[in-house]
Design a binder for this molecule. Structure first.
Ligand code: CA
Length: 297
């Protein structure tokens, strides 16, 4: 019975169509094992059940009686834009230039941290002391220049399509990013015309702490005038997932990079998709599940 529902929806093919932590019990042919388990058996019905389980667990831990979805909060790099390969490459190259070692793969794990924090972690690891503010400023300036020397990042496959579905469903999409790159922020309006309102965006300029602190997502809730159980978060990085979860919001991870999906589940993701395309393909089922599940007290 272990069949993949649709290999086309698997995008980068690094993970099955959906994964979840589960209770130990059986429903039909599906064995929900305890944590975590990979769900290779992805019939349409099964996916719906899995979403319901994930929502039920969220309600149980958050104390809310239901998710009344009004807004979908999107991270930007690695979710809306396929910009992470450029970021990882820029980090790696510039660090090497300064005799600091940060592999492209590790750069993905630091995604969401401020540039200063990333530089300091690597510096501390090698030299056992903090990097100076001057050093941080100059390395970060080089990193930004290196990033901007790349061609413009493409829209993540599936991102525009799922946004259109979300808007058609009467929900409000918002962007919550740690990025302070003006170029990338401006490109949101070009690549996603009419989709996002500037006043409903949270960027590096709005926050003090940044992810994994819940602040960016709490600010998004405030700006959007919604409660934690009236929104969901879409993130690709472990620290972004942590931020969404810490803000008390149902958090969807899309694994668009090279990291192991388990890292995103360990960060607290309620649902994990292997790509934005898979999230898009399963949107209807997920949205339906939000309306179906109430916590019975
Ligand atoms: Ca991201």
């Amino acid at each position: 019975n272990c069949i993949l529902k649709d290999t086309n929806s698997l995008g980068n093919n690094k993970a099955p169509a959906c994964e979840s932590r589960g209770f130990v019990h059986k429903k039909g042919d599906v064995h929900f094992d305890t944590p975590p388990f990979l769900l290779y058996l992805c019939s349409h019905k099964t996916i719906g059940i899995m979403f319901q389980e994930a929502i039920a667990r969220y309600l149980q831990s958050s104390g809310y009686s239901q998710i009344q979805l009004k807004s979908v909060l999107f991270d930007m790099d690695g979710v809306l834009f396929n910009s992470m390969p450029y970021h990882a490459d820029a980090w790696h190259k510039v660090m090497e230039r300064h005799d600091l070692h940060l592999s492209r793969e590790e750069a993905y794990l630091h995604e969401g941290r401020t540039g200063a924090a990333t530089i300091n972690i690597v510096y501390q690891r090698q030299y056992g002391k903090d990097a100076t503010p001057e050093m941080i400023k100059s390395i970060y300036a080089e990193k930004s220049a290196e990033f901007n020397s790349n061609p413009e990042p493409e829209r993540m496959p599936g991102a525009w399509e799922v946004l259109q579905k979300i808007k058609a469903d009467g929900l409000v999409p918002m962007v919550v990013t740690g990025s302070g790159q003006h170029s990338l922020l401006d490109r949101l309006s070009h690549n996603f015309p009419g989709m996002f309102h500037r006043e409903l965006m949270v960027t590096a300029f709005d926050v003090k702490y940044g992810k994994p602190h819940p602040e960016p997502y709490l600010m998004a809730l405030q700006k959007g005038g919604v409660k934690p159980n009236e929104a969901i978060v879409v993130e690709n990085a472990p620290m972004g997932v942590q931020a969404g979860v810490a803000a008390g919001i149902f958090t969807i991870a899309v694994n668009t990079g090279p990291i192991n999906g388990q890292v995103l589940l360990d960060a607290g993701a309620n649902v994990l998709f292997p790509s934005m395309q898979a999230f898009c393909d399963n949107w209807e089922k997920l949205h339906e599940a939000f309306g179906q599940i109430n916590r019975t007290l």
